[in-house]
Design a binder for this molecule. Sequence first.
Ligand code: ZN
Length: 109
Amino acid sequence: MTEDSSDPDITDSTTDVTEPAWPPPADPPPPPPPAPDPITWEPQTWYSITFACLTPGCSQQNIVKAAPMFYSNNGQLKFIRVVCAADGCCGKDCTILTAQKLDPQPIEE
Ligand SMILES: [Zn+2]
């Protein structure tokens, strides 16, 4: 119960081909999401997370996205990263806003 996910505009927009072939004007980024609460990561654990790129000027700036399956690796923050990797994005680390431990945990091979 952390984020209101009723916004229909979060989905990937790259499949929209109805626009004419000119670059649309850049929309200003949405307001930044609230500062995340500290997240306690357990090692070797799957989470459902939300995250956003906060890099000024990035086309994905402040756009909150969700990842339903995110692995914590060894639980150390330097290994818990989401890279901003969509087309034309900054390629820097996104900020993880929320994380909810999956219950039950997925079975691994
Ligand atoms: Zn970015």
